[in-house]
Design a protein around this ligand. Sequence first.
Ligand SMILES: [Zn+2]
Length: 128
Amino acid sequence: MTEDTPTVTLGRFFEQAREGTLTGIRCGGCGALAVPPKALCPECGARRWEAVPLSGEGTIDSYTIIRVAPRAHADDAPYAIAAVRLREGVSLLGRVVDVPLNALAVGLPVRFRPIVVKDRSAVGFGPA
Ligand SMILES: [Zn+2]
């Protein structure tokens, strides 16, 4: 029994995200698009992935304003976490940056922007 490893690991995903590139993966089994990378296709359970560069452009599907943050992010609160539907049709959670909280709206166009703090990177979205 052989198991193919995903072509894009989570580590590699964040490495590329830090460089400003958003990479999704497309399932070789059913064609479903996933981001960030997963070990198994959530749609069909296959492990055959193909890396797909994503535009990083999308619109806010829903959002939550975090007013009381975990201790590590306490100084940043309030801030917003949004589920963004990318142009390619897949949704991704990220932190909203440089958008005033009162300007947040479902359907607002945003663009992927890496958030790099020290040696950690995270998914962020800024104004389109
Ligand atoms: Zn699949």
